[in-house]
Design a protein around this ligand. Structure first.
Ligand SMILES: [Zn+2]
Length: 104
């Protein structure tokens, strides 16, 4: 092995180890972003005293009849009778939010 070959070999080793390190650095950023603030479990009931709206904005049912899903929106806690009602609110959130009656 003459000088030029040895230099090339060392360069190749360094290059390969750099690639290995940068692949490892990328791994933690691949974590999925959390979107759900409250559990979307329709079998769990929330205390209607904790929500800020009087009625489910999607179907008009009073929250006192039961809240099974909630959503944080514009610093308010909104209660919904079901995940379906929450989903229909989310589709047109800004427009429906303007019609909501709040407790305070
Ligand atoms: Zn509803």
């Amino acid at each position: 092995m003459n000088f030029n070959h040895r230099f090339l070999f060392i360069g190749l080793v360094l290059f390969t180890s750099c690639v290995a390190v940068s692949e490892k650095d990328k791994a933690p950023t691949a974590a999925p972003a959390a979107t759900a603030i409250m559990p979307a479990d329709s079998t769990k009931s929330f205390d209607n005293a904790l929500v800020d709206n009087k009625k489910d904005p999607s179907c008009g049912m009073p929250v006192t009849a039961g809240v099974s899903d909630t959503l944080h929106f514009k610093n308010k806690v909104l209660g919904f009778c079901s995940s379906e009602c929450k989903d229909s609110f989310v589709k047109d959130a800004d427009k429906i939010f303007a019609t909501i009656e709040f407790k305070k």
